[in-house]
Write a protein that binds this ligand. Structure first.
Ligand code: SF4
Ligand code: SF4
Length: 169
């Protein structure tokens, strides 16, 4: 008849391992029990973005109401994902839109392409384009992710978003 060599020993080892794993799991649970919660009850509770957060873009105005964008297309050239389209036009002398010779007749950002890198902001010579703290960009239709100039340009200078700490240096 064959002997049961080490049968009870391995059962004890198994039991010890189970109890150890169980204790580690419980210890982890208790460790986190009284820590501050990191989840929030969105959308009732809103997350406050950091000052350098890069959210939805905004086109700003000067204090006299003129558009800061001069239609130079540098942001379009800097965009690595081809998300920006700028169509410049000559400023009408009797009704200039911007202080420069030209302004952006068409300005569009395809937010489905945007990777929020901020290169457009860095490339802009007039700080016309900034990235705001707006992060609630979910939508149902692809067309709604195409931000045209009328959606990006502030109605008045009072609505200008502040420059990020990096831009204002
Ligand atoms: S943040 Fe980057 S990807 Fe998005 S529009 Fe600007 S340059 Fe393009
Ligand atoms: S947003 Fe700035 S970089 Fe882009 S076209 Fe206007 S002025 Fe030029």
């Amino acid at each position: 008849m064959a002997k049961n060599v080490g049968g009870s020993g391995s059962a004890i080892k198994k039991a010890i391992n189970t109890i150890r794993s169980f204790s580690i799991g419980l210890a982890t649970t208790f460790k986190h029990l009284y820590r501050p919660r990191v989840t929030m009850q969105y959308p009732e509770e809103k997350w406050v973005p950091y000052p350098r957060f890069r959210g939805l873009h905004q086109l700003r105005r000067y204090h006299d109401g003129l558009e800061m964008c001069i239609g130079c297309s540098l942001c379009e050239a800097a965009c690595p994902s081809d998300a920006i389209f700028v169509e410049p036009a000559e400023n009408p002398p009797d009704d200039p839109k911007s202080p420069g010779e030209r302004y952006a007749k068409t300005y569009t950002i395809n937010m489905l392409r945007c990777i929020f890198c901020g290169f457009c902001v860095e490339a802009c010579p007039t700080t016309a384009i900034v990235m705001t703290g707006e992060y609630e960009l979910a939508n149902y239709d692809r067309e709604d992710f195409i931000y045209t100039k009328d959606r990006l340009l502030v109605a008045s200078p009072e609505d200008n978003a502040p420059l990020s700490p990096l831009e204002s240096v």
